[in-house]
Design a protein around this ligand. Structure first.
Ligand SMILES: CC(=O)SCCNC(=O)CCNC(=O)[C@H](O)C(C)(C)COP(=O)(O)OP(=O)(O)OC[C@H]1O[C@@H](n2cnc3c(N)ncnc32)[C@H](O)[C@@H]1OP(=O)(O)O
Ligand SMILES: CC(=O)C(=O)O
Length: 538
């Protein structure tokens, strides 16, 4: 059976630019456009030439090889001709394949926002599309507020779409601009638009996520007949965002309801890189990837639950709706107080530690983890501390060194220049092969001073920890009041690119930090001897 083609239109660099807190540079835009182009999107909308210097510079040359490079802008203003409209001129000067106009299609907006008549707005749509087509560009028209407009005045909303199409637009995109439309309404209205004679093969959908249903609305529109979907990477966009292409694309390609009927321009191989694309985009935005993001989040194929882990060990698809590898993700079976033997055996096997189900030491390890988690430890996020605990329980961890004492001081005092300063100092004594070493260090705070002192002189092990750096340090207070317990999570990395996480818990933040620091150093020494850390580089 031949499948119908669905076209994917990316507006990360245009609607995504309207996200509070997001501000792309020209270099960001170039990198993102290249990533989208290589991934296989059909259209990459780069922004609004003429609206700001970044976008004008970005549109100075064509930025995609395969995707149709698209400029966005409003229809010509009423009262001036298309050839005299400076905004339209900037759009037509852009080095693009296509121009996407935003046009009013709700008569209320025509009256209030534009302050013109319904007919004048239709004339502006017609003249703008004709100007773009006349300049050799493919024309698209985003019908702003189409669904709200249709509810208020269906004849006028359809007249806007028809005018655009008859003037030569390739696509008329139905926009849920305020994001309040529900999937059943989208399905119903798209059906009525097609019944009114606007072909589905010329229709697109642009959905906002204000009710958390932008993806569902996009899919409902496709089911009702539209053949273009607009969306953004990771769902960024005005207010609550746009339809998330990172959720939509795997659904279109992997779910039989869509995959059997439609094809998109993205290869299966590219789909297997979608998690990487999503994370690379977060990296450009300088934010952490969403752990629970559908398909691509670290938790998307993770389970803590013992009952699930046990079935997954038998057959993974018992608890997986698609294979994680299809979207470049991986299965994670985690150890925590929610886990049973299957979780622990899977996690230990991943670390190269095979232990039989009936080994009583496994029960001891599970009991230890559950008891410690009840006291505040969180091993699912502290892989290295878990591995050390497992090695201690199931085998052996060498005593490389022991800390006989440490002391931290925080003092506010005047320095030699008469400036008031808060100084943190730590003193650590360690025993290595019956020899005691004492190190003193100052730091930005007491934990930093303790870390520097602890790693200052480890005798014969010192050269082994030279490349160890602390990448992240997080403190969490678990109980309120005087019974407060502090959990410290530390992320460490070394020169080989390995990263590992350790945890410490105490009612004293310095003590909790010390435990996590110690675990980090001991893990590094174990890893150097290939006694641990087989998966630390993941
Ligand atoms: C639903 C959407 O996401 S649409 C995209 C929205 N994105 C943006 O607005 C980002 C880029 N925008 C901008 O940088 C600026 O708004 C510009 C450069 C486009 C225009 O700036 P200004 O000329 O200063 O106008 P301003 O932003 O104050 O107001 C928008 C004007 O466009 C008019 N307008 C809005 N939509 C349309 C349209 N589809 N067709 C014609 N004119 C329109 C408004 O009536 C208003 O005109 P007025 O100034 O005569 O009242
Ligand atoms: C065009 C657009 O971004 C909207 O109507 O939401």
């Amino acid at each position: 059976m031949t499948r119908e083609r669905l076209y994917l239109f990316d507006t990360t660099l245009r609607d995504g630019q309207q996200t509070p807190g997001i501000d792309f540079s020209v270099e960001d835009k170039i990198a993102i456009a290249r990533m989208l182009d290589e991934f296989g999107l059909d259209y990459v909308e780069g922004g609004y030439p003429g609206a700001n210097p970044t976008d004008t510079a970005f549109f100075g040359r064509k930025q995609t090889k395969r995707a149709r490079f698209t400029a966005f802008g409003m229809t010509k203003r009423v009262g001036i001709s298309a050839s005299n409209d400076p905004g339209l001129a900037a759009l037509l000067q852009a080095q693009v394949d296509a121009v996407c106009f935003v046009a009013k299609s709700w008569d209320y907006h025509v009256r209030v926002a534009l302050g013109c008549t319904n007919d004048e707005n239709l004339e502006a749509i017609e003249a703008s599309v004709k100007a773009a087509v006349g300049a050799g560009r493919e024309a698209l028209v985003d019908c702003e507020h189409f669904f709200d407009g249709f509810k208020a005045n269906p004849d006028y909303a359809i007249a806007c779409a028809r005018t655009a199409l008859e003037a030569g637009a390739r696509w008329v995109v139905l926009c849920d601009t305020n994001g309040g439309t529900l999937p059943s309404e989208v399905r119903d209205i798209v059906g009525k638009v097609i019944a009114a004679g606007i072909p589905g093969e010329n229709l697109g959908i642009h959905a906002h996520d204000d009710t958390g249903q932008a993806v569902a609305n996009s899919l409902a529109a496709v089911e009702a007949g539209v053949r273009q979907i607009q969306g953004t990477l990771n769902g960024i966009g005005e207010r609550c965002g746009n339809a998330n292409l990172v959720s939509l694309i795997p659904t279109l390609m992997l779910k039989p309801a869509f995959a059997d009927r439609f094809e998109v321009g993205i290869s299966g191989q590219a789909l297997a890189g979608i998690a990487r694309v999503s994370h690379a985009f977060d990296e450009i935005l300088n934010r952490a990837p969403g752990e629970q993001a559908p398909y691509v989040g670290a938790s998307a194929f993770a389970t803590k639950a013992g009952i699930h882990a046990s079935a997954i060990a038998k057959e993974p698809q018992t608890y997986e709706h698609v294979p994680p590898e299809a979207v470049g993700n991986r299965r994670r079976v985690m150890v925590s107080d929610q886990g049973g033997k299957a979780n622990f055996m899977a996690e230990l096997a991943r670390r190269g530690i095979d232990v039989p189900r009936d080994d009583s030491r496994l029960d001891t390890l599970i009991t230890l983890v559950k008891e410690r988690e009840a006291r505040g430890y969180a091993y699912e996020g502290a892989d290295a501390s878990f591995e050390l605990l497992a090695c201690q329980t199931l085998g052996h961890v060498p005593e490389f060194f022991s800390v006989t004492s440490f002391r931290c001081m925080v003092e506010r005092r005047f320095d030699a220049n008469g400036q008031l300063r808060t100084v943190s100092e730590a003193v650590v004594k360690v025993m290595i092969d019956d020899e005691e070493k004492m190190s003193v260090a100052e730091g930005n705070g007491p934990v930093n001073a303790l870390d520097i002192a602890l790693r200052k002189d480890l005798g014969k092990f010192q050269h082994e920890i030279q490349d160890l750096v602390l990448a992240d340090y997080k403190v969490r207070i678990l109980d309120g009041g005087t019974e407060a317990v502090t959990r410290v999570m530390i992320e460490s990395q070394d020169g080989q690119g390995a990263r590992w996480r350790t945890v410490g818990v105490s009612n004293n933040v310095i003590d909790a930090s010390f435990q996590a620091l110690m675990d980090s150093i001991v893990f590094k020494l174990m890893k150097n001897r290939q006694l641990a850390g087989r998966v630390a580089a993941e």
